[in-house]
Design a protein around this ligand. Structure first.
Ligand code: SF4
Length: 381
């Protein structure tokens, strides 16, 4: 019998297997329909801190980067997506700085260069392609491996490192691809600087994971994407407005309504449409940012799809490193009403207004910082 071919949109990973287990319909939205989820600030924060640690442990030779260099790298590679507002983002940025500083002070004295940092693996389990990335792999003096995964979220549940399938997957990958035994698995919780360590997984647990990988691949290949709704998980699901469980089955609204049921149906229909349009708008904004980032990387100002042409144009926005002081100065001089919330055009008008005393304009300019941005115009071909 020949090897089975799998109909998968991409290799499986710990997170995609978990997503399928959470809800097959959600997996379909994410990986088959390729509808991105909304950016989440906690993912951005985790990636920002991870990349600073990757820089710290990625040194090619000793000595390691200094704390100042690690913090400078962190600031330069900060990911802004998904924060509710500037204040929340600033708070997280400061928290990350503190975490990295404390981490550095604790671990720099014992620094050694790991065997791998962000070890990207690709393997096959019964022909199923599987991929993933291990934060750090150390080689012990006896040649065996220690696997570490950094966590930036809430405190770890007791004993999680002893059972979590993510670490089982990493053991499986390291042993299969790097050819030595894993003797130590750990989750390192960065906000508390505590490490939860577990021994290597038993073969029974590794085989159970292999079976799960194959059964997930079978289900996806057979197009099994039935939704598995549950109040709590659906509440937080970005795809709820698109989900068949929540979409009204009979979409045409009544032309006129006379009964209370009709009003109620219209209200629900209206609410669903609003939620759907919000989800679509968020997706469009996400794609716009992706296109702009690609344009900037490749130096494009114009590119073409099959139906549309996209043109990058220059925009500007203002940053206020000390917003409080800036607003105080405006209030003091009776100019607060001119901006209310400082936006690029309003601030530009204010700073160019010849009726405002030049000394005051200079003071205000010193508190504001103009940032060049890219905008995107899309027109039908
Ligand atoms: S809303 Fe619930 S059932 Fe629908 S995709 Fe999301 S998690 Fe699954």
């Amino acid at each position: 019998m020949g090897a089975r071919t799998w109909n998968l949109p991409r290799p499986l990973s710990h997170s995609s297997i978990s997503l399928y287990a959470e809800c097959p319909q959600k997996y379909k939205f994410r990986y088959i329909d390729r509808i991105p989820e909304k950016p989440k600030h906690y993912f951005s924060f985790g990636s920002s801190v991870h990349s600073a640690l990757e820089y710290f442990y990625g040194a090619k030779s000793l000595p390691p980067p200094s704390l100042d260099e690690v913090l400078a790298y962190y600031k330069e590679h900060w990911i802004s997506a998904g924060y509710k507002n500037q204040a929340q983002e600033e708070q997280y940025r400061e928290d990350g700085e503190e975490i990295l500083t404390l981490f550095y002070r604790k671990h720099a004295p014992e620094y050694h260069i790991p065997l791998f940092v962000e070890y990207q693996f690709n393997m096959e389990i019964n022909g199923v392609p599987v991929t993933g990335k291990v934060d750090r792999v150390d080689q012990m003096p006896d040649g065996r491996f220690s696997v570490i995964d950094y966590k930036t979220g809430k405190a770890l549940a007791k004993g999680r490192a002893g059972t979590d399938e993510q670490l089982t997957m990493y053991q499986l990958a390291c042993e299969k691809l790097l050819g030595a035994e894993v003797c130590r698995l750990s989750f390192y919780h960065l906000p508390s600087l505590t490490e939860q360590v577990a021994e290597r997984r038993s073969s029974a647990l590794v085989h159970a994971l292999e079976k799960k990988i194959v059964s997930t691949a079978e289900a996806i290949s057979s197009q099994e994407f039935s939704p598995t709704p549950e109040e709590k998980k659906c509440f937080w699901c970005d795809y709820k407005p698109l989900c068949p469980v929540y979409k009204p089955q009979n979409t045409p609204p009544p032309a006129a309504f006379a009964t209370e049921e009709d009003v109620s149906a219209l209200i629900d229909r209206y609410g669903d449409l609003r939620a759907q349009s919000k989800a679509l708008e968020e997706e469009a904004n996400f794609l716009k940012d992706e296109i702009i980032a690609l344009f900037e990387k490749k130096g494009y100002v114009r590119a073409f799809g099959q139906k549309y042409e996209a043109i990058r144009t220059a925009g500007e926005r203002w940053k206020f490193p000390d917003k409080k002081k800036f607003l105080e100065l405006l209030r003091e001089h009776g100019l607060y009403d001119r901006v209310l919330a400082p936006s690029a055009p309003k601030v530009r008008d204010l700073l160019e207004d010849q009726d405002i005393e030049s000394a005051l304009r200079e003071k205000l300019s010193a508190l504001a910082e103009k940032v060049e941005t890219s905008e995107l115009r899309v027109e039908p071909l």
